[in-house]
Design a protein around this ligand. Sequence first.
Ligand SMILES: [Fe+2]
Length: 543
Amino acid sequence: KVEVTTGSMTQAGTFNHVCVTLIGTRGVSERTKLDKIGPDLETAMKRVYNAKTQLPLGKLLLVKVGKNLYHCLPDDELFYSKIVVTTPEGESILFPSYRWLIGHRKHQLIFKKGLHWIEDEFYGYQFLNGVNPNAITKCSELPKNFPVTEEMVKPFLEGSSLQSEMTKGNIFIYDQKKMEGLPVRDYEGKPLHVTPGLCLLYVNSKQNLVPIAIQQLHQEPAEENPIFLPSDSETDWLLAKIFIKNADALNHQAVTHLMRTHFLAEVYIVAALRCLPEIHPIYKLLFPHFRYTLHINTGGRKSLFGPDGALHTSSLGYDGIIELMRRSLAQITYSSFFLPENITARGLDSIPNNYYRDDGLKLWNIISFVKTMVEYYYPTDDDVRKDTELQEWISEIFTHFPTCFRTVEEVIRFITMFIFTVSGQHSYDYCSMMPNYSLLLRKPPPTSKGQSTKETILETLPNVGEAVGFATMAIVLTGNYADKVFLGNYPHERFDEPVPKKIIEEFQAKLANLTKEIEQRNSAAEPPYIYLDPSQMENSIAI
Ligand SMILES: [Fe+2]
């Protein structure tokens, strides 16, 4: 039984066809149309439908909701409040939504159930497929300042040893050294704490990545800087994980998100607008990928990032965020923006269950369609060297990046990187759940074991008002908006020659295939990984 409740605001209902599919650990139900005699899905309505399934579904994990146009009626948005599914065994499971379902066919809401943020397996999963999948690296030798002993981690290595697991390539590390000594904000008259922690992770025999040791306080081993282990008290271990995630959240927002996508894209865009005329083929190719970026950056500098913005209320505050970006910019490498090179450099070529890598590399290869496009306009390296407008563009961009294009290949590389950065790399989630992704922690980290309680955790996490502020920011930044333009859609016709038009059609067909492939994989993946599905991501950094 599927009980659907729509919102009570005006226009919350829909005339469109709506279908639900239930996904459990053992199977998937038939796609069930929400259609009964009498009115369906009107505003403020609660109705019960029956979903059919051939076989038992096992433990229910997801409800997928899709919307199709009804005859010639226009697209009509729907506001869901919640769905309650009652299993044949009589168990009722709530899937809250309170969101608009916009668009049709490809768009669907997925209600997640059973993501246990507190569990080590989900904690590790997020370093591969969560909000910041660019942080961990393979560890073949422990850093000297992180003296984890065999004895400490033996109980978590399933009979193996740390040394042998490092040799096998099953040990990974997140070193947050970059956070050391950053300026922090004052809170109730005292400075807050951002910790440069070290977290060791292990790929276990179930192929799950799990944390096995955390040194959280600072980078030097000391008595007041204990190495926390999964066998410590539940609250000690949880706090250690929360401090690592706090530094990760700050690093994600300031560096991975703002600096590496928004602000660098702005540099490429402003340079393009200054140097490339509107009829230039590279301008025509890239212009749809510039949409709204300058607008959101201009607004975001004030409302999000500026001295009075939401990020100022993080543990780092404005000065700390600026310093973190400054340090990260100094360490930036051009190669790290190339997904295949980034994955290999971090030793993640074969780590299991890394959907970010698997889908990302496929997407990267599809975006390489720009190769045929660039080669069409620049048959030889000489054509590249002689294009003064193109050369002016790249020379304006950035000192860490190439200052000129010498070959066709270099142009292809740069443009592929640009399109991937503003589409795939800017697609993420899992950051509105405060304990899982907190930009602010109010208390210092523990300096000894066995002192923490549940109260310590509540006093450490942001208070209700602060949490609502951060969650709102996360929801706004990852929200669904009615005028999104999805990757590969070019509503304004800019190319009129048949060859470029054909290249774009092929690009779109390949993206559609990738969507199908990902949907198929996701029907068996828990939780489903949707972030690099081309039908879910925009052409440009628009929010
Ligand atoms: Fe963004």
